[in-house]
Design a protein around this ligand. Structure first.
Ligand code: GDP
Ligand code: ZN
Length: 396
């Protein structure tokens, strides 16, 4: 089988497995009967068995002593890892070697793990549980894991390492819990286009807020700069952002402008992409690294509800680092943000807000507002203030 065919086959299998898993999840929601306690990982050696697999959902009812036993397994795995880590320099390359890996794709209870350059389709050790973590999923894209390969391109995730950061959102079925969308991301790359679709500064602000709320370092890339009348007008428009210290890359996937800069920005980082469809994310990535394809790597999905439609894929960069594309990123923007907290994400507004007459000034209608005065004087950008107003009004 060619690599391409193999990929397709794996996607096909994963898709099939996902459909079976969904059926199982549905069945589990019904109160009747017990859950299959079978460890799915034991049957992964036989690819045909995937057709038959039933994936137990995170088990909520456990036999006495089981939780302690699982803790012991996890502790032992982590201790072993610490030991190994002590001997390494802690670099990502080191971390992906041997039994350590990075989850690059998740579909139901199966995940694809990049372990030292080898991609393994993995099941989860039955003893792993998301219980008591506050999250509904055991593994997410970006998770650093320990795997035991079976020597035939498959493996079992034995442990999930502590996460450095988490992009999560309320779970669709259990809103008091969170669903991890991406683990261990470093930065958020906001991709916009100068035209087609037209530059939309409010959306850039919303993504900047998302980055701030999730402690991701933001970067802005304005693509399709070839469609601008002059470079000067682009710089002028983005000046407030450059003035705030944001990294702004003017690029054209078509002419290659800014691509070297972009490649540098992505190197050795786990970068989450944010941007409207059509701004040129795919083409830009292909320019950064020929062959890198955002579109074809998604596991296909038959679209049974939002829970399962967010397919997150992490692509590995030759120069080091990963790029994550998730359609779910829009939901990370300002949802759940309180009106009174908005100004915190506008440092130039927060800097002068202390001079407003009212301590709880919204900077929209109140008299003697230092923020509006600053806008009039030009020390706060009109465009940024305009976005602040629009987002403020839209917040509940
Ligand atoms: P995505 O949805 O963000 O991944 O966007 P694509 O990469 O699929 O690009 C959308 C469209 O914009 C395609 O027709 C591309 O050819 C076009 N495009 C992408 N980058 C550029 C660019 O730098 N300049 C121009 N003029 N067109 C571009
Ligand atoms: Zn004010």
């Amino acid at each position: 089988m060619s690599t391409r065919e193999e990929k397709r086959w794996q996607h096909y299998q994963a898709d099939k497995a996902m459909r079976v898993a969904r059926k199982e999840i549905k069945r589990n929601r019904k109160p009747k009967g017990g859950r299959s306690k079978e460890d799915i990982t034991g049957r992964l050696d036989d690819p045909n068995a995937l057709d038959e697999l039933e994936f137990p959902q995170t088990e909520r009812v456990m036999p006495r002593g089981e939780r302690e036993r699982r803790r012991a397994v996890m502790t032992a795995a982590l201790a072993k890892l610490d030991q190994e880590k002590g001997a390494s320099d802690g670099s990502l390359a080191e971390e992906t070697a041997g039994r350590r890996g990075v989850v690059v794709e998740v579909s139901s209870s199966l995940c694809r793990v990049d372990a030292g350059g080898q991609t393994l389709m993995c099941g989860l050790r039955g003893s792993l549980s998301a219980q008591e973590t506050g999250f509904t999923n055991v593994v997410a894209v970006g998770d650093r894991v320990m795997v035991s390969p079976d020597g035939a391109g498959r493996g079992i995730v034995e442990a999930v390492l502590p996460r450095q950061s988490v992009l999560a959102r309320p779970d669709v079925f259990a809103s008091h819990l969170q669903q991890v969308i991406v683990a261990n991301a470093d930065q958020l790359l906001i991709v916009a286009s100068w035209r087609e679709p037209a530059l939309w500064l409010e959306l850039i602000d919303r993504y900047l807020i998302a980055a701030g709320r999730h402690h991701l370092s933001p970067g802005i890339c304005v693509n399709k700069i070839d469609l601008a009348n002059s470079a000067a007008i682009c710089r002028e428009t983005l000046a407030p952002y450059i003035g705030l210290g944001h990294r702004v890359i003017f690029a054209s996937a078509l002419t290659g402008e800014g691509v070297v800069e972009l490649r540098e920005l992505l190197r050795d980082q786990t970068t989450v992409l944010a941007g409207l469809s059509g701004v040129g994310k795919s083409l830009l990535l292909a320019a950064v690294q020929p062959g890198l394809n955002l579109r074809t790597s998604h596991v296909s999905d038959s679209g049974e509800g939002r829970h399962t439609t967010t397919q997150v894929t992490m692509l590995k960069l030759d120069g080091g680092g990963f790029v994550v594309d998730t359609p779910g990123i829009r939901e990370f923007g300002v949802s759940g943000l309180r009106k009174s907290d908005l100004a915190r994400f506008y440092p130039e507004i927060a800097a002068v807000a202390g001079d407003c007459r009212f301590g709880n000034c919204s900077h929209i209608t109140e008299p003697d507002c230092a923020v509006r005065a600053a806008v009039r004087q030009g020390s706060v950008s009109e465009a940024r203030y305009h976005n602040y107003q629009k987002i403020y009004v839209a917040l509940s």
